[in-house]
Each structure stands twice: as structure tokens, then as C-alpha cells.
Design a protein around this ligand. Structure first.
Ligand SMILES: C[S@@+](CC[C@H](N)C(=O)[O-])C[C@H]1O[C@@H](n2cnc3c(N)ncnc32)[C@H](O)[C@@H]1O
Ligand SMILES: [Zn+2]
Ligand SMILES: [Zn+2]
Ligand SMILES: [Zn+2]
Length: 455
């Protein structure tokens, strides 16, 4: 029983390692974001020390069958205790006052036909490509290829100057990318907006285009920004409505010249890119959508920050291209005839929304998008990152390039559901990490075609 068998030293090590990269230990968490996911290894250890007959260190890496036991969680949240209990054969009952918890736990436990899901997710992405794929293409600056895939659009907040009315860019700094994942630092020219690739930040350099000196510090500091006319403007200013943005940089992926190119691809937007932004805005103007809610943002500890930035309705947190894309996904999801697959696609859409809004930021070191929930509490930045909504498939590795797109979410979901059929533990030792499949265990609501010796 738990008082005797729970092995604190063993379990603390497991939980600590899991919390560092939870995804590698419990891929099931990728079914959908849930805040405060507890370590699955901890609950597996709790259950096995209570119910298993062999010492915890042995039972943990073996297949267990505790059929006949019933585990209930009246506040199930993301479902960790229930999933761990279900995996070792217990019957489970869960409750939660939050309908999202119910939806997510059902998605986690309910079986899905994986090949059929993969096909449906791919079909949806293809159709999305036909409808709006062109809005995510750009011309490669290195080789001229016109169909390079945009990974990220980078936007800076702009606000009109109270004295001269010009739109002022609220740049906190001009360093766009550090030289860790890319051979050089990428610096935006404060004068002409050109992107400059420089080796060392300490050396004063001039812009390759306008020859003016490059600077790293931006004009926006502590809620104040100087306009070139000398006037100071204050931000945020909720009286002028939700924030407005200007596209100032693009990170893209060129399949034509990636083999001869070093590092990532960056460009200052050209006329074609600006034209696509305008096209998206016009499409949005002409689109009537029952899928886009016009709900007001209620007052609350976290949402007050949104109000201070002038946001009144949730829909204002998205740019036109994001709204068109999310609307198109809704249209395609409702057309899916199979209930189970439709629910999975709707779950994917819901998870995708956290990457498809104008509160996402760009990690200048890791060079990827940070979703709206990467910090708990709607952090509004001055630079925002819009990810490619479709996601970019790399034909060589069959995985996605970049983050925050449909293909990324669908891949993660498929991996999560695959783990339900073939769960494993990771045994860490000083020199290696080994995956140990606990064949005979599975997570689900029925047997389907999973091979198991469980009765
Ligand atoms: C901390 S989470 C529980 C997580 C889960 N038991 C675990 O260990 O991973 C608490 C959950 O309780 C739910 N909750 C709060 N009040 C509730 C109530 N009166 N009835 C049902 N659920 C409730 C919340 O919605 C939340 O999802
Ligand atoms: Zn190219
Ligand atoms: Zn001014
Ligand atoms: Zn310049």
C-alpha cells in the first residue's frame, strides 16, 4: 500500500525529469493545451504503490493489469490521474465543472482510428492550401523563387503621433534574431527597415541599404515612445481602439535553395507581401462568418490587461488573414461526416487558435513562435509573430518546419493518440534514455484492434 511502497527518491527523480520536457514522457498531453499538467509518472507511481504487488521500481517499467479497480476524480482537470489509472486497467469516472476539461479528457481517452484521422487532417490541410495557401507564399530573396513558404510574419505595433499624426513604430529594440540558430545576428535598420545580417553586435556597422548607422535600442521604453517630430506618445492607449500593426519582417523557407543557403531565411517584406496583406484584409471585409464570435471580453484579473490595450472583443485579437484561415478551417471541420474525426479536428482547431492570434511573440533566440499561453496572463508585446496557418511540411523528414500551423498541431495530436495505443516509460541513466514499451497497457475506452492480454 501507498504508505509503505511509495518510493520518494525514485518518484522525485522521475517527476523532475518529466517536468523538464513533459512531451517526451507523456505525449498524450499534446491532445490539447491544458494549464498545470501534473506529472503522469507521479500518478503512475501513486497508483502502483497503492495497488501493485511488486516493488515500485519493478512495477513501474512493467505492464500492469488492475482490472476491477475503480478510480474516480471529482475535479479531473486535464485528466492526468484518470489517464494513468485507465492505462493500468482500472475503470475510471471523472467530473469537472469546466466543459473544456470534459472535452479534453474525452478526447484523450476515446479511441480514434489513427490512419483515418491522419487522412482527414491531411485532406483538410490540402483544401486549406487551395483556398488560402497563396497568402502564405513569398518570393525568395536568395534565388527569386516566387513560391517560398512564409514561416512567420513579424509585426510591430504602430500608434499615431498625437502631434503630427504619423504612425510611429513602437520598436523596443531592433535585434530580430540572435546568432545562435542562425549564423549571424539580424538587425532591422531604424531608418529604412532593411534587415541586416551582422557578425558581432559590438561592432558599429552601417545599413547595407541606406548606409546609416545601425542601432539596437528602440524608441519604445516604459510605455513611452518618441516620434521623429520630437513629441512623445504614450502606449497603450485604449481610447484609440485595439492595437494596430505593421508588417516589418518575414522569416521564410525556400525549398529551391535551402541546400546552398546557410541558416534561416529573413527578408524585409516586398510589394508582393504587402499586397497579400491588403488582399487578406479585403477578403475579410467581404466575408460574413457565423464562426467568428463577436463576444465581448469580460473583466477579470488577466483580461484587464487586454482592456488596457484597447481590446474589447475577442475577434480583435486576430488579424484578417488569421480570421479568414480560422473561418475556413471551421467550414471544413463541420463538413467532416464522421463524428469522432470531426471532434478530433475541432480539438485541433481549438488548440491551433493559441498560435493563430496577434498576441503570439517571436523568440529571437530559438527563432520560433511563442503561443499566447507561453506566459500565463495574456502578455501583449510590441512585436508580434503570425505563424503560417497551414504549417510547412518538410518532404525530407515528413515533419513540419516552424511552429504554430495546422500540420504541427495534427502531427502532435497523432503522436499523442499513437501513445495511447502503445504507451511507454522512459528509463534514464547517466549515459542513455531508453523507451520501454509497457505492452499490454493502453489508454482508451475499449479494445478495438489493440493487441492486449488484458481481459
Ligand atoms: C487543479 S485541477 C485538477 C487536476 C487533476 N485532478 C489533476 O490532478 O491533474 C482542479 C479542477 O477542478 C475543477 N473544479 C473546480 N470546482 C469544481 C466543482 N465545484 N465541481 C467540479 N469541478 C470543479 C476545475 O475546473 C479544475 O479543472
Ligand atoms: Zn530560394
Ligand atoms: Zn510626430
Ligand atoms: Zn537602412
Amino acid at each position: 500500500m501507498i504508505e509503505r511502497n511509495f518510493d520518494v527518491a525514485f518518484v522525485a527523480g522521475l517527476a523532475l525529469r518529466e517536468k523538464q520536457i513533459q512531451q517526451n514522457y507523456r505525449p498524450i498531453i499534446a491532445v490539447h493545451k491544458w494549464f498545470a499538467r501534473r506529472p503522469g509518472t507521479l500518478f503512475r507511481a501513486l497508483l502502483l504503490s497503492e495497488f501493485a504487488t511488486s516493488p515500485l521500481r519493478d512495477a513501474f517499467y512493467r505492464s500492469n493489469n488492475l482490472a476491477g479497480r475503480l478510480v474516480a476524480d471529482p475535479f479531473m482537470g486535464g485528466g492526468t490521474p484518470l489517464l494513468e489509472a485507465n492505462r493500468i486497467g482500472c475503470d475510471v469516472v471523472g467530473y469537472d465543472i469546466n466543459p473544456m476539461a470534459y472535452w479534453i479528457v474525452r478526447e484523450e481517452i476515446e479511441h480514434i482510428d489513427l490512419p483515418k484521422y491522419r487522412e482527414a487532417a491531411l485532406r483538410l490541410r490540402k483544401e486549406l492550401g487551395t483556398r488560402i495557401g497563396h497568402l502564405y507564399k513569398t518570393q525568395c530573396r536568395a534565388c527569386g523563387f516566387a513560391e517560398a513558404d512564409v514561416k512567420y510574419f513579424l509585426w510591430v505595433k504602430v500608434q499615431p503621433c498625437p502631434r503630427c499624426s504619423t504612425n510611429v513604430d513602437l520598436f523596443p529594440g531592433y535585434l530580430l534574431a540572435e546568432n545562435r540558430r542562425h549564423p549571424r545576428n539580424v538587425v532591422v535598420c531604424a531608418i529604412c527597415g532593411e534587415l541586416n545580417e551582422i557578425r558581432a553586435l559590438e561592432n558599429a556597422e552601417v545599413c547595407s541599404s541606406c548606409k546609416e548607422p545601425l542601432v539596437l535600442d528602440g524608441p519604445a521604453k516604459k510605455n513611452r515612445c518618441l516620434c521623429s517630430c520630437g513629441a512623445a506618445l504614450r502606449y497603450p492607449d485604449p481610447k484609440i481602439g485595439p492595437p494596430r500593426h505593421r508588417l516589418f519582417a518575414i522569416e521564410y523557407h525556400c525549398t529551391r535553395c535551402r541546400n546552398s543557403h546557410q541558416g534561416r531565411f529573413f527578408k524585409k517584406p516586398d510589394e508582393g507581401d504587402v499586397a497579400k496583406t491588403i488582399e487578406a484584409a479585403e477578403m475579410r471585409e467581404g466575408m460574413r462568418s457565423d464562426f467568428i464570435p463577436d463576444d465581448e471580453i469580460p473583466r477579470g484579473d488577466e483580461t484587464d490587461r487586454l482592456h488596457r490595450w484597447g481590446y474589447r472583443r475577442y475577434a480583435e485579437m486576430f488579424n484578417p488573414r488569421q480570421l479568414i484561415g480560422l473561418h475556413q478551417i471551421c467550414e471544413l471541420v463541420v463538413q467532416e461526416p464522421c463524428d469522432r474525426i470531426r471532434r478530433a479536428l475541432a480539438t485541433n482547431l481549438s488548440d491551433l487558435v493559441r498560435y493563430q492570434n496577434m498576441l503570439c511573440r517571436y523568440d529571437t533566440m530559438a527563432l520560433k513562435s511563442l503561443d499566447i499561453f507561453s506566459v500565463h496572463g495574456y502578455p501583449v508585446g510590441l512585436i508580434q509573430c503570425e505563424s503560417n496557418l497551414l504549417g510547412i511540411s518538410d518532404d525530407r523528414t515528413e515533419t513540419s518546419v516552424g511552429s504554430g500551423g495546422w500540420s504541427n498541431i495534427a502531427e502532435k495530436y497523432a503522436r499523442a493518440k499513437d501513445y495511447c495505443e502503445r504507451p511507454f516509460e522512459v528509463r534514464d541513466s547517466a549515459w542513455q534514455k531508453a523507451r520501454i514499451y509497457t505492452s499490454g497497457e493502453w489508454i482508451g475506452d475499449g479494445l478495438y484492434f489493440v493487441k492486449t492480454d488484458r481481459s
